[in-house]
Design a protein around this ligand. Structure first.
Ligand SMILES: [Fe+2]
Ligand SMILES: [Fe+2]
Length: 291
């Protein structure tokens, strides 16, 4: 008989096991290369960025498609050249797009998660986080990453152990309320710590790592990173409010839970401003053609 104890691991063991099995999702190094280019002398960016993106067909197609969405299209003229697409989006938006497309690539499916829902939940949370960034004095791009990657640990645990993950889902009754305790019971770790561990493995900024680590328990994060953790908590809560669930568990749509109301109050954010950021985030995700 299989006992729960069989699945107990630490976050480090999960990552190590996936590395050994060569099943650790690889993360595009396009971003590092992109940052190197952009940090070089001014003037060469657009051409060089276009050249870099050309080496990655998926990235290239994504950037051109985005340039032709409602958000960027000007005067109904269709953009077909990569260089025009890069000019239209601008460096900051191209960077965010590289991350979003890399995230879609990381998620290869093959696990018992509703992929469409999972990706939509992640992207919508990313854009909501971006809209909350100013309030929390976090750089917009870092905020975007926290929202985008906050649930990556769910995917990693599902990849690590299909059976263990099925048991977590069963024990949670697919209800968000019981999910964390089910994870702790089965694996002894949560997707927050596993997620933080993998994005740190991918060399993401420390603030992003801490935001993901604390997205279910912001008050427990070191003081200097608590803003990031509260921001990520609220970004995911916004997605849940919209009924954009993560493809594994569901919450209650259209209601701000007590825990969310408490955080809003503590952070001095009025409900209306929060819901505006949530709505804006959703619209932005839609207008760039990602959901
Ligand atoms: Fe989560
Ligand atoms: Fe989430």
């Amino acid at each position: 008989m299989t006992t729960v104890a069989n699945y107990r691991v630490t976050s480090a063991e999960v990552i190590d096991a996936l590395v050994d099995l060569k099943r650790l999702p690889s993360f595009s190094n396009t971003l590092a290369e992109f940052d190197r280019l952009v940090n070089q002398a001014a003037g060469t960016h657009v051409e060089e960025v276009a050249k870099l993106l050309q080496s990655d067909p998926r990235m290239m197609a994504g950037v051109i498609t985005t340039a032709n969405t409602a958000r960027y299209a000007r005067g109904g003229q269709k953009v077909t050249r990569l260089i025009d697409a890069v000019k239209l989006l601008g460096v900051k938006d191209v960077r965010a797009m590289i991350m979003a497309l890399s995230f879609l690539d990381v998620f290869q499916g093959g696990v018992a998660i509703d992929a469409d829902a999972f990706l939509k939940h992640s992207l919508v949370s990313g854009f909501i986080a971006k809209n909350l960034a100013k309030t929390f004095k976090v750089a917009e791009y870092d905020a975007f990453l926290m929202g985008l990657f906050h649930e990556i640990g769910v995917y990693i645990l599902a990849t690590y152990s299909e059976k263990g993950f099925a048991l977590v889902v069963e024990k949670s009754h697919q209800n968000l309320k019981y999910y964390l305790s089910a994870e702790r019971e089965v694996f002894g770790v949560t997707h927050s710590s596993v997620g933080a561990r993998i994005i740190s493995h991918w060399h993401m900024p420390e603030i992003v790592v801490r935001g993901v680590l604390g997205h279910h328990s912001p008050a427990r994060i070191e003081l200097q990173y608590q803003n990031a953790a509260y921001l990520t908590f609220l970004a995911e809560s916004g997605a849940i409010y919209l009924g954009v669930f993560n493809g594994v568990v569901e919450g209650v749509e259209g209601v701000l839970r007590d825990s969310v109301l408490r955080v809003l109050q503590k952070q001095g954010i009025c409900e209306e401003d929060f819901l505006n950021a949530v709505e804006k985030g959703y619209q932005e995700a839609q207008s760039v053609g990602l959901i």
